[in-house]
Design a protein around this ligand. Structure first.
Ligand SMILES: C[S@@+](CC[C@H](N)C(=O)[O-])C[C@H]1O[C@@H](n2cnc3c(N)ncnc32)[C@H](O)[C@@H]1O
Length: 198
């Protein structure tokens, strides 16, 4: 237990994750605060992917809440190493991999897709949304930057550039077989929920 605490304290964290043993990773991105957006959705028996999973906070939550198969990807090797260590501490069966959203296997589908504050870091938000559309069965929660401007508006930031996108453009990308709902302001950007219409 002492070694676990030592390891947690030695790391730098983005996500603040509360573990079953009561220990907390000292990040500023609170996983628990964000989970309020997902209240009322049942994850029991569902397959789940978190794209840009960081240290795996949402994946730990999904597995603890009964998801059947959980997969987290991130381009940052250090974050995936942290996620793997945390799942071992929690003794949970979760697949973590260093991988980009743009390299996902489009034949592999997931009941629930999370993609929180990741499309704000990529240069092709439209391709990112198309990939999510392709891999989702039922439901996706996406936190991204919206604009009232037509279609896209460039955002420059310290990592390069990305785009804010108009909600009508998102509806156009998902098409008539999906319901796109604006859930309001997320922790950092805007939260949308996309649901397949049966
Ligand atoms: C602002 S953090 C958000 C982390 C997490 N989703 C959350 O809400 O706590 C953005 C994360 O997206 C990851 N990321 C950026 N571009 C990515 C890509 N193309 N594919 C997968 N992950 C990516 C970053 O490495 C980082 O961990």
């Amino acid at each position: 237990m002492n070694n676990v605490k030592k390891w947690i304290d030695s790391q730098d964290w983005y996500q603040k994750i509360k573990l079953s043993n009561g220990m907390i990773t000292k990040g500023h991105g609170s996983v628990n605060n964000r989970l309020r957006y997902f209240e009322g959705i049942s994850i029991e028996g569902k397959t789940f992917i978190d794209i840009g999973c960081n240290s795996g906070g949402y994946c730990l939550w999904a597995k603890k809440n009964g998801a059947s198969r959980v997969y987290g990807i991130d381009i940052d090797k250090k974050r995936i190493e942290q996620a793997i260590k945390l799942k071992e501490i929690e003794n949970l069966d979760i697949g973590f991999e260093v991988k980009s959203l743009f390299d996902l296997d489009l034949n592999q589908k997931y009941d629930i897709v999370f993609c929180i504050s990741v499309l704000t870091e990529v240069e092709d938000v439209i391709e990112g949304l198309n990939i999510i559309k392709n891999i989702m069965n039922d439901l996706a929660f996406i936190e991204l930057s919206l604009t009232n401007d037509k279609d896209l508006k460039i955002r420059k930031h310290k990592k390069g550039f990305s785009y804010s996108i108009n909600i009508n453009k998102i509806c156009e990308i998902f098409g008539s077989k999906f319901d796109v709902q604006l859930m309001g302001r997320g922790e950092r950007y805007d939260m949308i929920r996309v649901k397949r219409i049966y």
